[in-house]
Design a protein around this ligand. Structure first.
Ligand code: SAH
Length: 363
């Protein structure tokens, strides 16, 4: 048996295997999952319904180690951003966005990102590695702990979006396990409608997701023709718009027709014309789609600017008129660089920006 397995790496199924391999009953898995994720207890000594000998055995073979908070930043609007250390070289960022009716946690899936979208600050950091399950679900644990959830016993985080640093579908297995824990009643118990995976368009990943998961899907579209999308989201050269739309449609079918959210960053003079809006409406017609317009968030060194408010309103109006449910995402946490596309963490090894193939292997 692996000497120091981090129990945060284990979803329900793997935890049961862990205990049965140890010669213990599988219900120990439920007990330990609840201690960790519902009670916030990460010392074996605190797990009082386990025998002393089992606690001792666990402390010899396992650990429960969440990422460590390096710093916490609070925005004027209440948004919180944490810089979390995941190893001696790398930090990631996690953002909590409180709203009246809900609290959304924006979780990272990779250290940096290999996709190099031209308008995203994370892309400029390069890519180092995939996060482990412990580092992904650990963000949820750390945020709950920091927000006092384990003292208050009330739910503070009601929604999780995989919209932090990285491309979640390029870290497929770990992201799936972490999302399983987000939805597991023994852990965070969020409904599948409140767990959203956002992708830049890894088509085989979307297809695979439909077979193993039922989370909500958001697709970062940003352009209505391949020429422009190739420029904004270079992954488009590999998986062009028609394939992306077809895979999204198929995913929706596997989820009994649940709508797919299309994200569209509003870049001044680039993709925000009335013609673009009409083309987008055409692309998404007869489709269970919602559109989320994201006003561009600036960062040092970018050539892009945010579309004017009137232009965003006009764009939205055209889509709504075409019968497409369209929202403009409220920009939150901008003063602490916590808004969409502003997360950078700290990626020390920047040498690894290589082209990636469809499932994240370097080519
Ligand atoms: N890689 C995934 C998830 C991370 S990004 C994806 O691409 O979907 C979350 C959202 O923020 C995406 O829609 C992304 O395109 C958008 N985004 C990136 N940079 C941005 C910026 N500077 N301003 C506004 N939105 C941005």
């Amino acid at each position: 048996m692996n000497k120091h397995v981090n129990l945060l790496d284990l979803d329900r199924q793997s935890m049961e295997v862990f205990f049965t391999d140890m010669g213990e009953k599988s219900f120990r898995a439920s007990q330990v999952l609840k201690w960790i994720h519902q009670q916030g207890v990460i010392e074996f000594d605190g797990m009082t319904n386990l025998s002393l000998s089992l606690r001792k055995k666990l402390s010899e073979t396992a650990c429960i180690t969440p990422p460590e908070i390096v710093s916490e930043h609070i925005s004027n609007d209440g948004t919180l951003k944490w810089l979390l250390r995941v190893d001696s070289n790398n930090c990631i960022e996690t953002v909590f966005i409180p709203e009246k009716e809900r609290g959304t946690l924006c979780v990272s899936s990779q250290v940096g990102c290999p996709l190099d979208c031209s308008f995203c600050a994370t892309a400029k950091q390069g890519f180092n590695r995939n996060l482990t399950v412990a580092e992904i679900i650990g963000q949820v644990w750390v945020a709950n702990n920091a927000l006092g959830r384990y003292q208050k016993k009330e739910r503070i985080i009601s929604n999780v979006v995989m919209m932090g640093m990285g491309e979640p579908l390029l870290n497929f297995d770990n992201v799936i396990k972490a999302m399983n824990l987000m939805m597991d009643d023994l852990a965070y118990g969020l409904s599948r409608k409140r767990v959203t995976l956002s992708t830049a368009g890894v088509v085989p990943g979307i297809e695979k997701l439909g077979n193993v998961s039922n989370v909500s899907l958001a697709v970062s579209l940003h352009a209505t023709n391949d020429k422009l999308r190739d420029e904004l989201v270079p992954l488009n050269k590999k998986y062009p718009i028609d394939q992306l739309i077809a895979a999204s449609r198929q995913y929706s079918k596997t989820q009994s027709g649940d709508p797919i959210t299309f994200e569209y960053v509003m870049l001044d003079g680039i993709n925000d014309s009335e013609k673009d809006a009409h083309e987008l409406a055409e692309l998404l017609k007869d489709f269970p789609a919602k559109v989320n317009l994201i006003p561009f968030n600036t960062f040092p060194g970018t050539e892009y600017q945010r579309s004017k408010t009137e232009r965003i309103d006009r764009f939205r109006y055209i889509l709504v008129n075409a019968g497409i449910l369209t929202m403009t995402r409220k920009t939150r946490g901008e003063d602490i660089d916590a808004a969409c596309g502003q997360l950078v963490g700290k990626v020390l090894s920047r040498a690894k920006r290589n082209k990636v193939n469809n499932m994240g292997n370097r080519i």
